[in-house]
Design a protein. Structure first.
Length: 325
């Protein structure tokens, strides 16, 4: 069996870290990316093939060329606000695109898939920390696209023998500890990189989206998980698929909640910059608290969060941010 893995979205933030983790574990990642949000400079651990997941013919051409034995599927749009404004874009890419990928894989006899899912499948949780058997009730089109695809994977598993693991990410953060990859979103919308832009003098202040939530300091609490820990989980999940017929989904968070103000305070410590804040209105669709119970992936795959300290996560992000200084 080949050791090649087709990595859609391998030129993106999480996908590129997964390529590194795959290469470190002895696999050969082949990046398939339409380069809409991808970065050529992040494709370092294997070839880059430019193509869209909606383009079945191009997908099959690349599969024929490399003969991968499995696929990790990261290619997706992932901004909640944008998904509310332009749901067609999200359903087309995340749902139709994924089905086009699944059909190409099926036609070529590839029956192993690791799928990027999201904590957004839970919507407003009724239990914290959120276990992975918590009801799925997304509150925005982005989360809905992920929930729909989890159902499709389950049905493809039953009907066609597709083995899959959906990994429900909480807040991916940080950067490769060796500085070889990191977050490069344009425009940036995520808290930690925005805070670092303030520390770097590229922005004057950070707006805190609401300080009147029912949380200890009134700001939203999130579970920030180091992207290298996330990447490691993908390799473990892939190896689990070798063991039998599996359709499963795991939460991936580090189990610690940090408020927006705690993130900013930690970033002040890491960067030595005062990082001024301004309190703004709540952002639509933000649940007050999202913290994962990742017990099952720990138990079943032996996964652990190596970089669980928020300070380490922000430090690694900061190092990548300043790489050219
Ligand atoms: N947030 C904020 N100001 C910003 C960006 C984000 O206060 O400029 C808050 C946001 O409301 C959420 C948390 O930071 O509670 C994490 O947001 P992010 O967009 O990084 O990730 P998400 O939770 O949407 O996946």
């Amino acid at each position: 069996m080949s050791t090649r893995v087709l990595v859609t979205g391998g030129a993106g933030y999480i996908g590129s870290h997964a390529c590194k983790a795959l290469a470190d574990a002895g696999y050969e990642p082949v990046t398939y990316d339409n380069m809409v949000n991808g970065h050529e400079e992040l494709v370092k651990w294997g070839p880059l093939e430019v193509g869209d997941i909606l383009d079945g013919e191009r997908l099959k051409e690349v599969i024929d060329k490399y003969d991968p034995y499995a696929c990790m599927h990261f290619a997706a749009f992932a901004l909640v606000g944008e998904s509310v404004e332009d749901p067609a874009k999200y359903y087309r890419n995340n749902v139709l695109g994924t089905i086009s990928l699944l059909e190409a894989l099926r036609e070529k006899g590839i029956n192993r898939l690791i799928f990027s899912s999201s904590a957004a499948v839970y919507g407003n949780p009724v239990k914290i920390p959120i276990p992975d058997d918590h009801p799925l009730s997304p509150v925005n089109p982005y989360g809905e696209t992920k929930r729909v695809m989890e159902s499709v994977l389950r049905d493809f598993g039953a009907a066609y023998g597709l083995k899959s693991a959906s990994l429900r990410y909480f807040n991916a953060a940080g950067a490769d500890p060796d500085g070889e990859s990191g977050e490069l979103h344009h425009p940036e919308t995520h808290l930690i990189p925005l805070v670092l832009e303030v520390a770097a003098g590229k922005r004057e202040y950070i707006t805190v989206f609401g300080d009147d939530y029912d949380t200890p300091d009134g700001t939203c609490v999130r579970d920030y998980i180091h992207v290298t820990d996330l990447a490691d989980a993908h390799v473990r999940a892939l190896e689990r698929l070798d063991e039998g017929n599996v359709t499963t989904a795991y939460n991936l968070g580090n189990g610690n909640g940090f408020s927006v103000l705690e993130v900013i305070e930690t970033a002040r410590k890491v960067t030595g910059h005062p990082i001024p804040t301004e309190i703004g209105p709540r952002r639509a669709g933000d649940p007050p608290v999202l913290v994962a119970d990742s017990g099952r992936i720990k138990e079943e795959l032996g996964w652990v969060s190596v970089y669980s300290e928020l300070e380490t996560i922000i430090e690694h992000a900061w190092n990548f941010f300043r790489r050219d200084w």
